[in-house]
Write a protein that binds this ligand. Structure first.
Ligand code: SF4
Ligand code: SF4
Length: 378
């Protein structure tokens, strides 16, 4: 499998990364109990991924049993540890000592004395960002661990809106970034460009599942991407961009690796079929006035905490590409005070009108919020 240099980290990562959130019963409590069927499933998945050429395994302290399952499987793979790259992630902590304890514990769970890459997990809002970079805090602990050889390079993952994402990157404190970016969600394009100009590693979070539930696409979307599966189109669109280094693929069964391998079959990634499909999709997306809603975010803040641009993005995908299942899936996850997927439901819009004069596209935002809620609640 093609490998790409992960920016200044110096690591060479396969273009697919094995995401490990989906091992069988991997979220069941207690997380330190590893049933035989979960171990078998984890072994099958990791072995299949590695045999397919994936050399990067990505996990997090917060992924249930994942670190522990990886630790139990690694000694039994065909491939030695030194041919694999491993990333784990931990949330920012109040103190350097807490972060050191988290790192020590993660290494123990995985039976390792070193991870190649370590990311601060979920720098999603200003509060978590400030906590992460507080002088003498958790980032300092990670830098110390890097100097001691326990970590190869330090990065961060984020679901933050673009302006915060750019601000975190501009600190130059991180060698790589994990972010959302795919054909159906392009508003982070400026972060992708900044990562390239800063020589940062660029890891794309869940481009097919959280990017659009593309494993089970709506028929209309499949028609538009014919003869490619939407997963293949999306992955080829991403891989045709050299600044994108690796895409996470979260397998729940070993054989699921096959669908991704098909994306790599033909070169170049961007040819006549892909250009034609892009034209079809662009034409379909342009049929709605919501196409004009860019990532400007001037409509915010909304006093009742609706993430207006995200609701409109989901509505746009439902209205034009019939991606209603995906839109409902993401909309249902939105919570006003959650930092992962923040935002209140459209039906709480009071029609105060604050957002209206700020929208350069003169969209009727209050009507759109209520319409979107009706659509997503069906
Ligand atoms: S009109 Fe609705 S969406 Fe706009 S700011 Fe007021 S409450 Fe928020
Ligand atoms: S201000 Fe208007 S165009 Fe900009 S993100 Fe908000 S709704 Fe979209």
């Amino acid at each position: 499998m093609e490998q790409r240099c992960f920016g200044a980290t110096g690591c060479h990562l396969s273009v697919f990364t094995l995401g490990t959130m989906r091992f069988l019963n991997g979220w069941d409590e207690p997380h330190d109990v590893l049933p035989e069927d979960s171990l078998e499933n984890a072994h099958g998945i990791i072995q299949a991924a590695v045999r397919a050429g994936i050399n990067h395994i990505e996990t997090a302290r917060g992924y249930g049993k994942s670190e522990r399952l990886i630790g139990r499987v690694l000694p039994y793979l065909d491939t030695p540890r030194n041919q694999l790259m491993i990333t784990t992630k931990a949330p920012p902590t109040e103190t350097a000592l807490e972060m050191r304890h988290q790192l020590d514990d993660s290494l123990e769970r995985m039976g390792l004395d070193r991870v190649d890459l370590f990311a601060l997990h979920g720098l999603n809002n200003l509060e978590r960002f400030q906590l992460a970079i507080r002088p003498g805090g958790c980032l300092a602990a990670l830098e110390q661990a890097r100097n001691e050889g326990m970590i190869g390079a330090i990065g961060f993952s984020s679901h933050a809106p673009l302006p915060l994402l750019l601000a975190i990157m501009a600190t130059k404190a991180f060698a790589f970034v994990n972010l959302h970016y795919n054909f159906f969600r392009q508003e982070n394009r400026a972060a992708v460009d900044l990562a390239e100009s800063m020589n940062m590693g660029l890891f794309i979070i869940s481009p097919n599942e959280k990017g659009g539930l593309l494993y089970d696409p709506p028929p209309y979307l499949s028609k538009l991407t014919h003869p490619l599966h939407p997963v293949h189109f999306n992955e080829r669109w991403l891989l045709s961009q050299p600044q994108v280094h690796t895409l996470s693929v979260g397998l729940s069964m070993p054989e699921h690796v096959d669908i991704h391998m098909q994306s790599l079959k033909h070169h170049p990634y961007w040819g006549a079929d892909e250009r034609r499909i892009q034209a079809h999709l662009t034409q379909a997306l342009a049929k709605s006035p919501l196409q004009r809603c860019g990532p400007c975010r001037r409509c915010l803040p909304c006093p009742v905490k609706i993430d207006i641009p995200t609701v409109l993005r989901l509505k746009h995908l439902q209205d034009t590409l019939e991606m209603g299942s995906f839109a409902r899936f993401r909309y249902d996850m939105m919570q006003p005070d959650d930092h992962w997927i923040p935002g209140a439901r459209g039906n709480v819009c009071t029609r105060c009108g604050d957002c209206l004069p700020r929208c350069p596209q003169q969209l009727n935002i209050p009507d759109l919020m209520h319409q979107a809620h009706q659509q997503f609640s069906r």
